[in-house]
Ligand binder design. Structure first.
Ligand code: SAM
Ligand code: SF4
Length: 329
């Protein structure tokens, strides 16, 4: 088992399989997109499989496939099949925008995918278009239907955007009345390709919960699963639940169990760090599995205490400006 220098168990890797995306959510990347990496700079599926095998041997048992949009990378499902077959990997989760996902859902359970995070910031097709700059609302709703039909545990991820989708919050909460989904509101972070955040930022997790409670007075705290980044709530009479992810306030660092690999192979031991080392370069230079494992152990043995310490030590890339599509959320 892998423990970091703060005694936190590390058993979860988030693997961003591509930086490319078929949406242009304005909190994630500019309209013209970001500077997408040339193909050869991305990790190949073979390299990713080898990295996950080495991590699984060290004790990692959960992998989240994310991106960019994972389904824009060709042959994603056969790749997930290989990851699912690795010894030690018990659980595969997926974060997707749902545009290309629906036809694949029927195969998810065979690939150990029992839980999917679906990004959806508005239930109004016009607002959806304004946020994502693409007209794909029906495709995303089709994916939601398929996920529920196949008994997949669904979490809806909604970023709360100041002055943009406040009016959508309550409609998303209302969804939990009839549907067994967990709607999780995420504090907006400056990972949008420009680094800009708000001069006076108001929608922190406290404000989000207070706003929901005004409309739903029976909103009450429920226990959070271990290592959960969301703080979770139920509303009387609702089938689903509501959560809030304090991604900017960073309230959950004390129980963080995850590391990240970017599509270019950068290892991040914190969402807010600028990368610890490039696994791709080390693999391509001919490192053995044992050498790679030793590097992972060393990086995990020197983790930052929390996202604030990581942000203060961004010696590689300066202040936060990356798009979330290159990190994986
Ligand atoms: N394309 C997939 C999707 O949208 O679900 C997976 C990758 S996306 C980068 C992963 C998650 O990051 C999404 O739920 C998205 O809402 C969230 N995200 C992106 N940019 C963000 C930002 N600036 N602040 C907070 N969350 C963000
Ligand atoms: Fe694409 Fe996901 Fe970023 Fe939206 S949040 S632009 S869907 S990677």
């Amino acid at each position: 088992m892998l423990y970091d220098n703060h005694g936190r168990l590390i058993n979860y890797v988030r693997l961003a399989v591509t930086d490319r995306c078929n949406l242009r959510c304005f909190y994630c990347m500019p309209e013209e997109g970001i500077k997408f990496s040339p193909r050869l700079e991305l990790l190949s599926y073979e390299e990713m499989e080898r990295i996950i095998r080495v991590l699984a041997d060290l004790g990692v048992d959960k992998v989240r496939i994310t991106g960019g949009e994972p389904f824009v990378r060709r042959d994603l499902m056969p790749f997930i099949g290989k990851i699912a077959a690795l010894e030690g990997i018990k659980k595969i989760a997926l974060t997707t925008n749902g545009v290309l996902t629906a036809p694949h859902v029927k195969h998810f359970k065979d690939l150990k995918i029992n839980s999917v995070n679906l990004s959806l910031d508005s239930l109004d097709p016009i607002r959806f278009f304004e946020v994502t700059r693409r007209d794909e609302f029906p495709a995303v709703m089709k994916t939601l239907d398929e996920l529920l039909l196949h008994g997949i545990d669904v979490k809806i991820n909604s970023v709360v955007m100041q002055g943009q989708n406040e009016q959508d919050l309550l409609a998303l909460v209302e969804m939990t009345r009839q549907l067994p989904v967990s709607v999780r509101f995420i504090e907006e972070m400056p990972f949008n390709g420009s680094g800009q955040h708000y001069k006076e930022w108001v929608w922190d997790y406290r404000r989000i919960i207070a706003h929901i409670r005004e409309q739903y007075p029976t909103l009450h705290k429920i226990p959070d699963p271990p290592h959960s980044t969301s703080s979770n709530y139920a509303i009387e009479g609702h089938l689903g639940t509501v959560g809030v992810i304090a991604a900017y306030s960073r309230t959950f660092c004390g129980t963080c169990n995850r590391i990240r690999l970017t599509p270019q192979g950068l290892l991040k031991t914190c969402l807010y760090d600028s990368g610890i080392f490039n696994v791709r370069d080390i693999l391509r230079a001919g490192a053995t599995d044992a050498e790679l494992a030793a590097l992972f152990q060393d990086a995990i043995g020197h983790r930052f205490k929390d996202g604030y310490e990581a942000e203060a030590n961004r010696f590689m890339n300066g202040p936060v400006t990356e798009s979330m599509a290159t990190i994986g959320g």
